[in-house]
Design a binder for this molecule. Structure first.
Ligand code: SAM
Length: 212
C-alpha cells in the first residue's frame, strides 16, 4: 500500500539524493537474486536512514535485521570516525551475498555483521548504543525494544520499521497476528513515558523514539 500518491512518491524520490553505485548494485542484485526483495529499505528510506544517522553522528549503532545489508550500509554512513555498526540476522543463507556487498564498501571496517538470533545476541552485547534500528520479525518488536532499551544512552534513538504494516494497524477490522503485534507495539511506545515518539508515514511506516 502506498500512503501517498504514486505521483508524489516519484517526485520525492526524484528530488532525493541518488543511491551511490554500490547501493544501486545491491538494490538491483537483491531484486534479481533474493526472495522477498520488498523487505529491502530501498532508495528513499535508505537516504532517510542515512540522513538521520548523519544528523546523530553515532558512535555505536545496532541494527536488528540485516537482510541483504542495504540499510546497514545506509546507517553506517553517519557513524563517527571510530564508530561501529553491529547488524544481526538469523538467516545464514544470505551470508555470502551480504559479505560480498559489505566488503566493497569503504566503510566495511565499521560494520560488524553477526549471524544468529537477535534475541540471544543482544543480551551478550555490553555496549551503549546511540542508535538502534529494529527491522526483524514483527512478533518480537516489543521484545527487541525491551532488550535494547537499557543499552541505549539517554538522548539516543530507536527506529522501528514497518510499523504501519500496509496501513492495517489503523484498520480495526484487521486482526491477523502481525497486525495485532504491531498495533500493540505502537501503543506500547506511545505509552512509554521514558521516551518521546513520532510515527512517520514513510514507506511502510517508520517510528522514531528518543530516550529522555
Ligand atoms: C525486513 S528484513 C530487514 C531489511 C533490512 N533492514 C533493510 O532495510 O534492507 C528482516 C530481516 O530480519 C531477519 N530476522 C527475522 N527474525 C530474526 C531474529 N530473531 N534475529 C535476527 N534476525 C531476524 C530476517 O532473516 C530478515 O532478513
Amino acid at each position: 500500500m502506498e500512503f501517498i500518491s504514486e505521483e508524489i512518491d516519484k517526485y520525492c524520490e526524484a528530488h532525493t539524493t541518488e543511491e551511490n553505485e554500490l547501493l544501486k548494485q545491491l538494490n538491483r542484485a537483491t531484486h534479481v537474486n533474493v526472495l522477498s526483495a520488498r523487505m529491502l529499505s530501498g532508495h528513499f528510506q535508505g537516504r532517510f536512514l542515512s540522513m538521520l544517522s548523519q544528523m546523530i553522528r553515532p558512535q555505536n549503532i545496532l541494527e536488528i535485521g540485516t537482510y541483504t545489508g542495504y540499510s546497514a550500509l545506509c546507517l553506517a554512513e553517519g557513524l563517527s570516525d571510530d564508530g561501529r555498526l553491529i547488524t544481526i540476522d538469523i538467516n545464514e543463507e544470505l551470508e555470502n551475498f551480504v559479505r560480498k556487498y559489505l566488503s566493497q564498501s569503504d566503510i566495511s571496517h565499521k560494520i560488524d555483521y553477526r549471524i544468529g538470533n537477535a534475541l540471544e545476541i543482544i543480551p551478550t552485547l555490553d555496549i551503549t548504543f546511540d542508535l538502534v534500528f529494529i527491522d526483524a520479525d514483527k512478533m518480537n518488536y516489543a521484545n527487541y525494544y525491551d532488550l535494547v532499551f537499557d543499552k541505549v544512552r539517554s538522548g539516543g534513538y530507536i527506529l522501528s520499521d514497518n510499523v504501519l504494516w500496509s496501513g492495517k494497524v489503523a484498520d480495526s477490522t484487521k486482526k491477523d497476528k502481525d497486525t495485532l503485534n504491531l498495533r500493540a507495539y505502537n501503543q506500547k511506545l506511545h505509552d512509554d513515558s521514558r521516551v518521546e515518539n513520532i510515527l512517520l508515514p514513510i514507506r511502510d511506516g517508520l517510528s522514531i523514539i528518543r530516550k529522555k
